[in-house]
Design a protein around this ligand. Structure first.
Ligand code: NAP
Length: 290
């Protein structure tokens, strides 16, 4: 019988530790003559994207990675963006390339992302990175799912043989996360908008990760006593930022839960700088993913 509310996993604290670890690695790399640099490419004037890119550049500076920024006008043609990505692919000062999404309508996000060299793909979103992940080969893993795995480790969640339910199947979060949980030997069920009786599926799970984009999709009655619940959702509402999990009702049943804000959110940028260092190492070792 459960006697206490869930432990609230402190994503800000875990993210701060990841950043410290990355800063130490950067110092080491610099001492050996390698300076990691992260190129951010922003096309157009989406205000939220500007904020995100600014946060990413700042996070780079804080850990000693050189931020290299390219701002392109909203009317940028596919050939122009392709040429820039090609240049960054071969520029030795650039260890990672981040193409901020969404892109303006004339640019196809999938096509443009696929042009990024796999060893510089710090968002882990190219088809090759996704394929390597599913083949269990060394690859750069998308930042948000990688952050979720760090939080599960922090919570002490036993994944080996555990039943894990991932709600959501996006390329950005749900799919790579299911691969990571599978690689950690969980028994993974992937749910989505067509899943029948989501509540019953969730109730079977030792670990529930919600990446839905719909406020309070997971409620207390859908969670078994003692489950670990991770909330990826970031939904803007009249009450501010809310997750995909109904925090109060789930907290009363779970053994550990992430809050929104202060859970998965801070992890994404921390894992980005971690990936930038990983990319620099991949290149310096002459190892190409795949
Ligand atoms: P997405 O591309 O919109 O995918 C949402 C997924 O949820 C889809 O697979 C969809 O199923 C599924 N879904 C929708 N309604 C559902 C329902 N009623 N029951 C079960 N599944 C349902 O979103 P995303 O990019 O994965 O992001 C998910 C959430 O995470 C969003 O709130 C986003 O803001 C947040 N996010 C946070 C971070 C962070 O740093 N914390 C990073 C990325 C995303 P179908 O495939 O059938 O349509």
């Amino acid at each position: 019988v459960k006697v206490a509310d869930a432990v609230v996993i402190d994503g800000r604290a875990v993210a701060a530790r990841v950043r410290e670890r990355v800063a130490a690695e950067v110092r080491e790399l610099r001492a050996s003559g390698l300076q990691p640099g992260l190129a951010t490419v922003l096309v157009g004037d989406d205000p939220a994207s500007h904020v995100y890119v600014r946060m990413k550049r700042k996070a780079c500076e804080e850990v000693g990675i050189v931020p290299i920024h390219h701002d392109l006008p909203p009317g940028t043609e596919p050939t122009e963006l392709a040429a820039l990505l090609e240049r960054l692919n071969t520029d030795p000062a650039v260890s990672g390339i981040l193409l901020q999404l969404p892109l303006p309508g004339q640019l196809d996000a999938g096509e443009m992302t696929a042009l990024i060299a796999p060893e510089k793909d710090v968002d882990g979103l190219t088809p090759l990175s996704a394929g390597l992940l599913s083949h269990g080969q060394e690859s750069l893993v998308p930042c948000t799912p990688a952050g979720v795995m760090e939080l599960l480790a922090e919570a002490g969640a036993e994944l080996e043989g555990a039943r894990a339910v991932v709600i959501g199947r996006s390329q950005l979060v749900g799919k790579p996360l299911a691969q990571l949980l599978l690689a950690a030997n969980a028994t993974v069920t992937q749910c989505h908008s067509r899943t029948r009786d989501l509540a019953a599926v969730c109730r079977e799970a030792d670990v529930v990760v919600a990446a839905v984009g719909r406020p309070r999709t997971v409620t207390g009655d859908m969670v078994r006593e003692g489950a670990v619940v991770i909330d990826v959702g970031m939904n803007r509402s009249d009450d501010g930022l809310v997750g995909d999990v109904d925090f109060d009702s789930v907290r009363a049943r779970a053994s550990a839960i992430t809050p929104v804000p202060g859970g998965v959110g801070p992890m994404t940028i921390a894992m980005l700088v971690a990936n930038a260092v990983r990319a620099a190492r991949l290149q310096s070792g002459g190892v190409r993913p795949g």
